[in-house]
Ligand binder design. Structure first.
Ligand SMILES: [Zn+2]
Length: 83
């Protein structure tokens, strides 16, 4: 996702940045160049944004679950072996 990626096929026509996926391209346009977006691009941006937001929310919940398991796992190990 850098300008040095020659085989990426999504290129921002405003700043020339290259992207490998359409979602990354439309998210970039929605964040960096919202004034030059068409209605279709705005709708695609909203859809991509909500999809990414759901993925981030899911990741946060799973990460919190892992931290809770690690915390209580080490707590039980401490109780069993250190006391
Ligand atoms: Zn751009």
């Amino acid at each position: 996702m850098s300008q040095d990626a020659p085989d990426s096929k999504y290129i921002c026509d405003v700043c020339g940045r290259h992207f490998y996926t359409a979602d990354n391209h439309i998210l970039h346009r929605g964040i960096r160049h919202p004034a030059v977006m068409t209605k279709d691009e705005q709708n695609a941006y909203r859809e991509a944004y909500s999809t990414e937001e759901a993925a981030i929310r899911s990741f946060r919940i799973r990460a919190l679950g892992v931290l809770v398991v690690l915390y209580f796992g080490f707590l039980f190990l401490y109780v069993l072996y250190a006391s």
